[in-house]
Design a protein around this ligand. Structure first.
Ligand code: NI
Length: 158
């Protein structure tokens, strides 16, 4: 495993569409392992492949409930609404208030290609939305209602 460099806002790679993963091979597993290590090293709760310069539909998340690996994830159902602070490892020191669904159901594949569904409420629902947005070049600042000072809220960086 290796810690990879996190791409910062302003780099074009964060604005591109990611390609679907078709090969569930050792190269993917290395990417997943490296992304998890990079996320934990940066104290983040989520990381998307374009944030390490790879334009593939790959996401890792850990909101404190264990590591989740999502390949080719898609949101299949949402319910409710939450408004809360959000940050991003690609925009260090910047936080904003973002409106997200309170509950999100996603469909994805695991590292072996097996399809599964997962449901998240609160922070996990927020993480699903934030990371999946990264896969189509969207950043939280694009949809933030307003930016906030770092000490205004307790943020989780994704
Ligand atoms: Ni992010």
């Amino acid at each position: 495993m290796a810690i990879r460099n996190i791409v910062k806002e302003g780099d074009d790679v964060l604005r591109k569409n990611c390609r679907t993963v078709v090969d569930f091979n050792e190269r993917l597993w290395t990417l997943l392992d490296d992304m998890a290590e990079t996320m934990y090293d940066a104290n983040g709760v989520g990381l998307a492949a374009p944030q390490v310069g790879i334009l593939r539909r790959v996401v890792v998340i850990d909101v404190g409930e264990g590591l989740m690996e999502l390949i080719n994830p898609a949101i299949v159902k949402t319910a409710g609404m939450q408004e809360g602070s959000e940050g991003c490892l690609s925009s260090p020191g910047e936080y904003g208030v973002v409106r997200r669904p309170m509950k999100v159901r996603v469909k994805a594949q695991d590292r072996y290609g097996k399809v599964f569904e997962a449901e998240g409420t609160g922070l996990l629902a927020r993480a699903f939305c934030h990371e999946i947005d990264h896969l189509s070049g969207k950043l939280f600042k694009d949809i933030a209602i307003r930016m906030i000072a770092p000490d205004e809220m307790e943020p989780a960086e994704e």
